[in-house]
Design a protein around this ligand. Structure first.
Ligand SMILES: [Zn+2]
Length: 1095
């Protein structure tokens, strides 16, 4: 069978088709069109296949359309969902069957023969005989000993460990939202270490694949190494890169760094892959619909799939001082990638392609693999063996955003309806039909690409194969030709074998003294009156199928009957918060349009009813309990929007006490600050997940509210947390309302379960994100929106095959906003390698950082933060040392050689290490840290990228008429010119920094005052002025805000002003007040760690 030769026809559905409304991210916008899913793809209406699970029980009905929901008052049966999809987990990665998939010769990942292993110099042998445990232990201790032997000056500059000396000014910042904190004590001491004199040369224009620097042979503080807990999979990885016999003597002259990795250069070390000439465009493996280069898009990246670097002639490294301009620049890498890869669409037909960076704007054409908007990997070429993986220490992980929003130019996934029989799946591993399945025996059977099981093709699904072995209808069926698509689920995929009702939203409003006093309640009620018209809807539905309900609370709960037949809303008070129940069923959850008058009246009355309240105490757990019970009674999934102001100290389940204690920072007990106070919150969260009840929490604290505990339920139910410290309507309403509007309108999948299947050889072993897991494979999400990601880590359980590659299939079963049960499938094929160089050549640092940050932020729950930091440093050093030892050409030990794809790993990792969670400054509250920790857990790669390394944009350097975003500069004080103004953003915060020598005209144009001194420090809004500069800056601010999922409140910071300290916190290349290292210092430190590992 030969499937590689056919020229792929253009898929007929390559562009958006009105027939398939799919999963419109902006469906509330009111598109017109059919809501009924058409069945264009030869629906398979055959008999129920024998492998289906429990036969449908109970009444089945057609998927509800967007009409009025059925009024249901029966108590929903509680308990585990019966998901037909996930019944067979234990066989998912079982032994492969004896039938082997047929592979074509010549389907190696890069179509280029690899150098025989026998030619490799001994010193570069990537993997020797496996180490015994005893050896490993010996080596491990040897490493530590040798570390101590190395002459090392006392730690001074890097600030790992408690900062010493030099107290600095106290900082009390205006309310900035994230750091809007409360009055603070002293800022942390500032370490005063000097840089490293004698640092040698970096090579700015390092040709191609590796970056090389020559930090000093000695000097630079040494950190304790290997003291932290080991990373997963790291157990014995370290020693293998530090075997003493692998020390290579430096060559007489430093070779050009990384020349072996790419570029048409001279003779190469035998172990490395052939150079560019022989390094053909990636050929397809035996997977994917697109075989061979695409006629229209050719091979977009004919050279080595590195990005951002131009091959150049090798040059010896001239020694000189290490200056910041010469070390790898994030700005340069981002710019290069934009220039090189932002012009052509990214076509997904080729296995193992590294996508453009998240900072590059590009379009995606799905030709058989999921778009990088849905899945990004730490590496697109993964080691064939676990030994190799352990040696390299590069985490194998995918960051998955199953419901990611797409730009308007890209089509939403097609919805495929296979009728009553449901989607076609492998009998054994339950993987869904996808482009990688191989049809055999003339099309009568197919071989599963995940477990190799041979399955019968049901008669209704039968189709002839062409001469290449491909089904002739392959391009008519999304599931045979696209990386991402949806199946309509049958009743077997529904809880209790019943099709779901449309979901409901319940608004639960704190009406205690604080909420009333700040004006929050009035503002919120006013906003809801109009916002309820924009509930998410699907396809062309005229109105949302979502029902709404309202609760207010302080120490007791008030439920409201807003039935359309009532003249006025009715309130029912439940004061027995210890045993929460829902006092009314009929009239609690209503259709907005039907009950508009009653709802409006209620929202008018709420602020008045509680205007004179003196109640300051609140409850919390009973509120969520009530919402969850209401959804249960209505037999639907849904979302609770909770608006809450204070630590819940009223007598009730989940009552909390103020346990904030900053003295715990840098002690072994610090982790308790991140842990919930009581188990009641987790227990409640589990019940919520079982009901499909997602909780979004809006917090308005004036003081400590214990975010670590309050965020447990949102976190475990796939919800979001927003925090507005010291909320004041005049200062914060824009930010709050913007977040609220977006949150209420965004499309959500409810009652979801996600499973990631993999081909034999690797399997998903760890998961990070906002969800709950009751077993080791199923990610349960009461709700999942288009902003949330799940990071999945993979481990080997067998040897992988270079020809077959490795496959991932992410299946998300969920209920749409209209109540339709669906399966969204994302497929991704990766390459596999036997040469470490291939791994390092296909990594993505931004994704690595996403994984490492999430790993570390989870680690602080159980380990001291210092141990977590040390673990990250050690792992990073091991990754880079392994590259140096196995992939870089021999060169002086004084050179730091970084793989091209990872040359930003040190700078980004340093940003993670000195982030507020891992190394808090004095201005960061315990709640801020818990909040950020929670946020990062669900971030996608673009969000972690800008969060850890903020964007700093000079505003007056580019011509005023230029409409494009100004090029960013590096996040360092050195880059600030005091005659300029800058915007800095990190996805959560937005600063406008004004240099002290700014021209008067600029001041006038932007702030409408006559001099720098008259600018109000901490200003939150720029005046609306009719001049080009003002328009441009305000336009840029709007554009930055539009790119982020949360509204960024502006803070104007003047140079030399007290507030500047807060701003400088985000200049992440500099040494931080909390003791975090500067980029230069950290790079030197990293180099020392690497040398330690190599010696
Ligand atoms: Zn299978």
């Amino acid at each position: 069978m030969n499937v590689n030769q056919s020229v792929p026809p253009v898929p007929p559905f390559g562009q958006p088709q009105p027939i398939y409304p799919g999963y419109h991210q902006s469906s509330y916008g009111g598109q017109s069109g059919s809501t009924a899913p058409a069945i264009p793809y030869g629906a398979y209406n055959g008999p129920v296949p024998g492998y289906q699970q429990t036969p449908p029980q109970g009444m089945s009905r057609a998927p509800p359309s967007s009409g009025a929901p059925p009024a249901s008052t029966a108590q929903a049966p509680c308990g585990q969902a019966a998901y037909g999809q996930f019944g067979q987990g234990d066989v998912q990665n079982g032994p492969s069957s004896t039938v082997q998939m047929q592979r074509l010769p010549g389907s190696q990942p890069f179509g280029s023969p690899l150098a025989p292993v026998g030619n490799q110099p001994a010193v570069l042998q990537p993997y020797g005989p496996p180490l015994t445990t005893a050896q490993v232990t010996t080596q491990l201790s040897g490493m530590q000993i040798s570390g101590a032997v190395a002459p090392a000056p006392p730690s001074s500059g890097l600030g790992y460990g408690p900062p010493t000396s030099l107290a600095s000014a106290s900082g009390s910042f205006p309310n900035s939202g994230l750091y809007g904190s409360y009055p603070q004590g002293q800022a942390p001491p500032l370490s005063q270490a000097q840089g490293h004199p004698g640092i040698q040369t970096p090579q700015r224009s390092a040709p191609s694949q590796a970056s090389s620097f020559t930090p000093p042979a000695s000097g630079g503080p040494r950190l304790p190494s290997m003291t932290g807990p080991l990373l997963p999979g790291q157990s014995f990885g370290g020693p293998s890169v530090s075997q003493p016999n692998h020390v290579s003597s430096p060559p007489p002259q430093a070779l050009p760094p990384g020349t072996q990795m790419s570029g048409p250069l001279g003779p190469l070390p035998p172990m490395h892959s052939p150079q560019q000439p022989g390094y053909q465009p990636q050929q397809n493996g035996s997977f994917g619909p697109a075989r061979g280069p695409q006629p229209n898009y050719g091979s977009p990246y004919p050279a080595a799939p590195t990005f951002g670097s131009q091959p150049g002639p090798p040059q010896p490294l001239p020694p000189k001082r290490l200056d910041p301009d010469a070390i790898p620049s994030p700005i340069q890498v981002i710019e290069d990638d934009r220039n090189n890869r932002g012009t052509e669409p990214f076509v997904t037909g080729v296995r193992g392609q590294v996508p453009p960076l998240v900072t590059t704007n590009f379009l995606v054409k799905d030709q058989g693999n999921a778009s990088p908007r849905y899945i990004r990997c730490t590496s697109y070429n993964i080691p064939c063996t676990s030994d190799m993986a352990k040696q390299a220490q590069v985490p194998l992980a995918a960051v998955i955003k199953p419901l990611a929003r797409l730009p308007p130019e890209e089509a939403s996934p097609y919805v495929v309806d296979h009728g009553e029989s449901g989607p076609l799946r492998c009998n054994r591993c339950k993987a869904y039909m996808c482009p990688f399945m191989q049809f055999v025996e003339g099309g009568r059977r197919f071989q599963c690409c995940f477990c190799s099981c041979i399955n019968d093709v049901p008669p209704q699904y039968f189709q002839h194969l062409d001469h290449t072995g491909k089904r002739v209808d392959a391009y008519d069926r999304p599931e045979l030709s696209l990386g991402s698509y949806e199946f309509l689920a049958t009743v077997d995929y529904c809880k209790n074998n019943k099709f779901p009702s449309p979901p409901a939203f319940i608004f639960m409003i704190d009406v205690s003294y604080n909420a009333i006093r700040t004006g929050l309640v009035r503002l919120l009620c006013e906003e809801l009156k109009s916002l309820l018209d924009f509930l998410p809807r699907e396809g062309g539905a005229e109105e949302s199928a979502i029902r709404v309900g309202f609760v207010t609370y302080n120490k007791v709960l008030h439920f409201y009957n807003v039935k359309s037949s009532l003249a006025q809303p009715q309130m029912m008070v439940v004061s027995d918060v210890a045993d929460m129940f829902v006092p009314l069923l009929d009239g609690f959850l209503v259709n907005v349009n039907e009950s508009r008058a009653v709802i409006s009246s209620l929202l008018d009355q709420i602020p008045e009813m509680f205007a004179d309240t003196r109640e300051t105490e609140t409850v919390f757990v009973p509120v969520i309990q009530a919402g969850m019970e209401a959804l249960k009674a209505a037999e639907c999934a849904g979302k609770l929007f909770l608006f809450h102001t204070s630590l819940p100290i009223a007598e009730a389940p989940g009552k909390l006490k103020n346990r904030d204690d900053r003295k715990l920072i840098n002690t072994d007990k610090e982790k308790t600050l991140f842990q919930p106070q009581t188990g009641a919150y987790q227990t409640l969260a589990k019940e919520c997940v079982a009901q499909g009840c997602c909780v979004d929490l809006f917090l308005f604290p004036n003081q400590y509210v214990d975010v670590a505990t309050l965020s447990v339920v949102p976190q475990l139910t796939g919800g979001s947390v927003y925090k507005y410290a010291c909320f004041q309507v005049e200062n914060d309403q824009e930010r709050f309302l913007s977040d609220l509007r977006r949150d209420v309108q965004k499309v959500v999948g409810f009652d979801a379960v996600m499973r990631v299947r993999t081909s034999t050889g690797i399997r998903a072993v760890d998961f990070f994100g906002a969800f709950y897991m009751s077993n080791t494979t199923d990610v349960e999400l009461a709700g999942l929106d288009g902003d949330k990601t799940v990071t999945v880590e993979f481990k080997h359980d067998d040897r992988l095959n270079e020809d077959s590659g490795a496959l991932l299939q992410c299946a998300l079963l969920y209920t749409s906003c209209a109540g339709q049960r669906r399966l969204r499938i994302h497929n991704l094929a990766l390459n596999c390698c036997t040469q470490l160089a291939d791994l390092y050549r296909n990594c993505e640092t931004d994704t690595l950082i996403n994984y490492m940050a999430k790993f570390a932020y989870r680690g602080v729950l159980n380990s001291p933060v210092k141990a977590v930091r040390d673990t990250l440093v050690t792992q990073c050093a091991q990754i880079l040392a392994c590259y140096r030892k196995n992939c870089a050409s021999p060169s002086s030990a004084g050179q730091l050689i970084l793989p091209e794809c990872m040359k930003l790993l040190p700078v980004y990792l340093n940003c993670v290490l000195k982030s507020d969670v891992l190394q808090p400054g004095a201005e960061v509250t315990t709640d801020d840290r818990a909040y950020v920790r929670q946020l990062v857990t669900s971030m996608d790669v673009a969000e972690t990228n800008v969060f850890f390394y903020p964007r700093l944009l000079p505003l007056t350097k580019s011509p005023i008429e230029s409409t494009t975003e100004p090029p960013a500069v590096r996040a360092s004080e050195e880059r600030l010119s005091n005659g300029d103004i800058y915007l800095l953003e990190n996805g959560l915060n937005l600063f406008l920094w004004v240099g002290a020598s700014i021209q008067q005209g600029v001041v006038q144009s932007l702030f409408s005052v006559s001099s720098f001194s008259q600018i109000t420090s901490g200003l939150g809004v720029l005046p609306v002025l009719d001049n080009p500069l003002s328009k441009k800056v305000r336009g840029l601010i709007d554009s930055l805000r539009a790119q982020r999922s949360r509204y960024m409140k502006l803070i104007v910071v003047k140079q030399e002003d007290k507030l500047e300290m807060l701003f400088k916190h985000f200049l992440v290349e500099d040494k931080s007040l909390s003791g975090g290292a500067s980029y230069v210092d950290f790079l030197c430190h990293m180099h020392k760690e690497i040398r330690q590992l190599l010696s």
